[in-house]
Design a protein around this ligand. Structure first.
Ligand code: ADP
Length: 282
């Protein structure tokens, strides 16, 4: 017998958490091509996805157009009343999740779709009211089903990964009282990466990374030392602010690198894992 290489019985590959957004232009086929190739090579990947663009389209088609809440700090979120929550579940946990799992299955990856409600995978408190700025005035919105992930059922994910499955996770999360709640996908992926002790969190969207002057793609920031959240937030507008906040939460929780990358190009996950895009470290 010729021994080619010795197998270390202690070898346990690092888990990488990949978040792919839900905005226009994202190429899920390319993302799934790359994830399937990485899983074939033995990488352990947990995929978290969004669905914002499709949710906007479906809500408008159903006569319940999206409404956005803006916090006094300038963060935006979807106003999620019970009707919006139904549409949100249909799109995120229904169409988007199943179609991503289907894509991975087609490529030979045994993916399992889960929302944050399944097995109380993503749990946190529902906000009793949301402070929002309307026409320059602060108001309290109460009929909003949103919250923040505080705990992750990491043992469920370890169980699946150890058995060779690739988890594909989408919001909603579950509130402490057991209600489905809308949570931000970027910040949820940060909590997942922390809970799993992941070394890298890759956040993919329809831009090459964090741009110093949005939308000029030639101003891509390649390296960012995260010492000051306010400084990093200074570059981010609109929904990019939540990604920067998620990155800070992941880094504070022990994740070594958060990488913002482009979900419109082939090989995007591998490229980010090798340092392309915006690499953020502590
Ligand atoms: P996704 O739904 O894919 O997670 P978002 O739409 O939430 O992505 O956030 C990505 C968007 O953030 C980009 O499409 C861009 O419009 C916006 N953005 C704002 N500021 C910046 C910036 N400085 N660099 C890159 N993108 C930015």
């Amino acid at each position: 017998m010729t021994v080619i290489s010795e197998i270390d019985p202690e070898f346990s590959p690092q888990i990488t958490v990949v978040k792919v957004g839900g905005s226009a232009g994202i190429n899920y086929d390319l993302v799934c091509d790359d994830i399937a190739a990485l899983v074939r090579k033995g990488e352990k990947i947990v995929l978290v996805h969004g669905g914002s663009d499709e949710t906007n389209r479906v809500s408008t088609a159903l006569g319940h157009p999206p409404q956005v809440l803006t916090s006094p700090q300038g963060y935006t979120s979807r106003f999620t009343d019970t009707e919006t929550l139904d549409i949100f579940c249909m799109v995120y946990a229904g169409k988007m999740n199943t179609r991503i799992v289907e894509r991975l299955q087609k490529r030979g990856t045994n993916a399992v779709g889960l929302s944050g409600v399944d097995g109380r995978l993503l749990q946190g408190p529902r906000k009793s009211s949301v402070r929002s700025v309307v026409n320059g005035k602060q108001v309290l919105v109460r009929d909003d089903y949103t919250g923040k992930v505080e705990t992750v059922n990491d043992s469920l994910l370890h169980l699946l990964l150890a058995a060779g499955y690739t988890p594909v996770i989408s919001p909603p999360a579950i509130s402490t009282e057991g209600e489905a709640i809308n949570v931000d996908g970027d910040r949820a992926s940060a909590m997942i990466a922390r809970a799993l002790g992941a070394r890298q969190l890759v956040i993919l969207s329809n831009v090459p990374g964090l741009l110093r002057t949005f939308p000029d793609e030639s101003t891509l920031i390649r390296q960012l030392k995260f010492t000051n959240l306010d400084e990093a937030l200074g570059f981010a507008e609109g929904r990019m602010k939540k990604k920067v906040l998620g990155a800070s939460e992941a880094l504070m929780g022990g994740v070594e690198q958060v990488i913002f990358g482009d979900a419109r190009v082939a090989g995007c996950v591998s490229a980010c894992m090798q340092g392309q895009g915006t690499v953020i470290t502590r």
